[in-house]
Design a protein around this ligand. Sequence first.
Ligand SMILES: [Fe+2]
Length: 221
Amino acid sequence: MSALTPKTFTSQVKTINTFGQGLSNDIIKNEPMFFNSGFDFAMEKGGDITRAFLNALPLDWKRSGMVFDSRVHMLMPGWYPAIPGWHHDDVPRVGDGQPDYEKPAYRSEHILGLVNAAVCPTHFAVGICTMPAVRDGEVIYKYWDKEVSKLIADERMYIEVSKDRTMYYFDCDTFHTGTKAVANGWRWFGRVSRYTDRVKSITNEIRVNAQVYLEFPTQGW
Ligand SMILES: [Fe+2]
């Protein structure tokens, strides 16, 4: 089961706060990275950027069950910090590994923030959009990525470019994508999620590796 009938989404994003305004980009490279972390663990083990981000969350997010992930990337022009393509975050996956749009078990919500966003801003696609049915066993976002791009080209959706040190609230209906870095520099990405099964299995992991993705792997030598 995946998306056996066309699906209509209200893809939207809301700016809710800023964070870390007084912090220098120079400290990004020293920031610990977290995966599947709870609030308290990240507050205790995190650096100034992590704490600034978590402190700036709305009170109800701090109090409810949530999970935090962050990444630090050293980027060069043309590199991607994430696999590109329009997608939704944390739609529950089912048997075939594809997101379940027929009967999702939960509807996740997220808050995302970047430090030094200009190097490689996340893009959000805004608008009401209908995505085509996708046959069972097919990769949904392969088709929907093309559809969102087409709607943007036709000016039926528009792109909101994430700004530096700004917190964006969105949900599992919000199409977004990582982009190709346009400059050299360090980039911090942080995201908290709630109303997801992930909060039931917090593992408080610190990560020491972050990969990038290249369009043309042999370029750059
Ligand atoms: Fe995402």
